[in-house]
Design a binder for this molecule. Sequence first.
Ligand code: RTP
Ligand code: MG
Length: 147
Amino acid sequence: MEKTFLMVKPDGVQRGLIGEIVKRFEQKGFQLIASKLTVISREQAEIHYAEHKGKDFFERLVNFITSGPVFAMVWHGDQVIALSRTMIGKTNSLEAAPGTIRGDYAVHTNLNLIHGSDSPESAQREINNFFQPNEIFTYSKNIQEWI
Ligand code: RTP
Ligand code: MG
């Protein structure tokens, strides 16, 4: 089992797509174990996108991700890191396939709605950048008890 960090970016929050995005990961069978609506500080954004520091789009990226509330989440499940990247779709909006989140809802590469960790190392670093250990909950589901 793995954990990954997913985040609805400011454009996704503004467009009212939090529910649609959460729904897709729940229906896939993954488990939401932490979430919060938050505005990212510049320092936090620079840590989050440290791998892109120095690239020509870095400044624009940090300005965008700090421009309004984001919906940060931790999801748990088998192969959740790679599978959530597949569900999100390609970075380039022209390559994001229909059926993926970006393919279905994003027009521009810069406004691509959602972030997902790209490796186990990134996932751990990104989870630590957004959540305290006591904000993350592991729990077992027994649907029969609740219906
Ligand atoms: P993210 O980290 O935001 O989930 O996106 P990603 O893994 O699909 O893409 P990544 O390569 O990590 O790039 C981070 C964000 O930077 C913007 N970007 N612009 N050539 C460009 O103009 C360019 N390349 C990347 C995108 O908004 C991408 O989501
Ligand atoms: Mg990335």
